[in-house]
Ligand binder design. Structure first.
Ligand code: GBH
Length: 489
């Protein structure tokens, strides 16, 4: 499908009876208990406690206190009718120092083991992310974390093996990495995320945004491929699960649809964000557009590496939030450029906004883009099984609204109606193979560098009153939508 076709959303489409839906979260964003039962700091503890890194100066020390409130979290999941729950494991809870010769923390494993048992008892199927950005801080200090291929891949593989051994009988769906793009680009080019490395010396004493993001991305791919291989050879047969990676990616509309250079730039934008990781996994090589622009700054796969990476997804994990207008840039790309030599804009040539504002600068809803991106992925990757592992929105000014208005979150309700509807059309009308959907997020939580002001929860969390959870309207609407769309047989 080209970027200019506009299929319409209908309400008559349906989903197959085995379609799964639920909610998602991540360890550092919800758990709190930052120094309990042997947990040591991750790069996010260190980064968020560095002045100026998080907008409201907050951190995840307490967050939603989910470490002490697993029972409440399971209660609300049940109340909302969720079939599945995606959460992530905190590596520094399980191996506090992180490395393959460092001690394993049994208390950390016991916490997750019990949580998995409790989820199963409630009839909720877990989707478990091994890594959602909270790298043990010691590994950053010891050898540069994700920048160090030999050390990082070996330590991540050891961590994964510890986890598969201890918890693998209770988990059928594993996600190796959440959004490697963010660890690479935000962590090692713009410096907006931990570990905050960038070429900008006003923000970081160290870092090279022209090279490090491509090295980190490469290392994460190799680590992913290595762990998938370990799972398939040592665990899959007896544990019967599946494993894949989760990638973020926005849809792209041309700033000027009449200009072929803008239309072409849209594909390049998606290639730099998604195909950077998905092409090696599905096609065994980096996209041509990236090789062309980055030259020898893009690492090369050794034959052993690509053998692990190529074919390493049992499913495609898709995180999706929004879209942009894309305008081609002429002239030589800036060496710091990570996007494909183009401008990422919120308005088209005629000044029309892509969608309404939310609390996040970067997020403007445009639901049809979800359907188009699903089709784009199906076409490029031979119709893989897709799990939507995150989708959701913040609401402009939500943190300043009276509670009653917060709970009656019409804007978010409309977002889910439109986005879920667009996904259903992609499945029923375009033949895209989506098999599961997880809304982001179960709870308002620590929104990384945006702190607590941006709220993505379908559940309000009262940070001033013991992290009390109160369902918003959207929490129940999602279930109603899926009850309507999923065929009974
Ligand atoms: C998800 O990323 C994360 O997986 C999740 O943990 C998070 O809570 C959720 O988003 C909501 O934010 O303006 O330069 O900082 C979504 C993909 C890509 C969205 C980077 C924000 C920010 C670019 N993200 N983007 S910048």
């Amino acid at each position: 499908m080209t970027t200019t076709e506009t299929p319409t959303t209908t309400t008559t489409s349906t989903l197959p009876p085995d379609f799964l839906w639920g909610f998602a979260t991540a360890s550092y964003q919800i758990e709190g208990a930052f120094d309990e039962d042997g947990r040591l700091p991750s790069i996010w503890d260190t980064f968020s406690k560095t002045p100026g890194k998080v907008e409201d100066g907050t951190n995840g020390d307490v967050a939603c206190d989910s470490y002490h409130r697993t029972g409440e979290d399971i209660e609300i999941l049940k109340k909302y009718g969720a079939k599945i729950y995606r959460f992530s494991l905190s590596w520094p809870r399980i191996i506090p120092l992180g490395g393959r010769n460092d001690p394993i923390n049994e208390k950390g494993l016991q916490f997750y083991s019990k949580f998995l048992d409790d989820l199963h008892a409630a009839g909720i199927e877990p989707f478990v992310t091994l890594f959602h950005w909270d790298l043990p801080d010691e590994l950053m200090k010891r050898y540069g974390g994700m920048l160090n291929k030999e050390e990082f891949v070996a330590d991540y593989a050891n961590y994964a093996r510890v986890v598969f051994n201890a918890l693998g009988s209770k988990v059928k769906h594993w996600i190796t990495f959440n959004e490697p793009w963010c660890s690479s680009v935000l962590g090692h080019n713009t410096g907006k995320h931990a570990p905050g490395r960038t070429s900008d010396r006003t923000k970081s004493p160290e870092g090279d945004g022209t090279r490090e993001p491509w090295i980190v991305g490469h290392n994460l791919l190799v680590a992913h491929g290595t762990v998938v291989d370990i799972y398939r050879r040592e665990f899959k047969e007896k544990q019967g699960g599946e494993i894949g990676i989760t990638l973020n990616g926005d849809w792209a509309e041309p700033w000027d649809p009449e200009n072929p250079a803008d239309v072409e730039a849209c594909d390049r934008k998606i290639e730099f964000a998604i195909s950077w990781f998905a092409d090696p996994i599905y096609h065994g090589k980096y996209p041509d557009s990236m090789v062309k622009q980055l030259g020898d700054r893009l690492p090369k796969f050794t034959p052993e590496e690509i053998a692990f990476v190529h074919g390493s997804n049992d499913f495609y994990g898709m995180n999706h939030y929004c879209e942009n207008y894309i305008r081609n840039r002429t002239g030589e790309p800036d060496p710091e450029d990570i996007a494909g030599n183009l401008d990422i804009l919120m308005e088209d040539k005629n000044g029309n906004p892509i969608g309404p504002e939310t609390q996040c600068e970067w997020l403007r809803p445009f639901p049809l883009g979800f359907r188009k991106l699903l089709k784009w992925l199906a076409d490029r990757y031979n119709n893989p099984k897709i799990y939507v592992t995150e989708n959701g929105t913040s609401v402009k000014g939500e943190s300043d609204k009276p509670l009653e208005e917060v709970l009656n979150d019409e804007f978010r309700v409309q977002y889910y109606r439109d986005y879920i509807g667009a996904m259903v059309d992609a499945v029923a009308q375009d033949g895209v193979n989506v098999k599961a959907y997880m809304a982001w997020s179960l709870l308002d939580n620590f929104e990384w560098s945006e702190g607590y002001r941006s709220r993505f929860g379908v559940t309000y969390v009262d940070y001033k009153n013991g992290q009390k959870r109160i369902p918003k309207k959207s929490a129940l609407v999602i279930g109603e939508l899926f009850n309507k769309y999923i065929r009974k047989e």
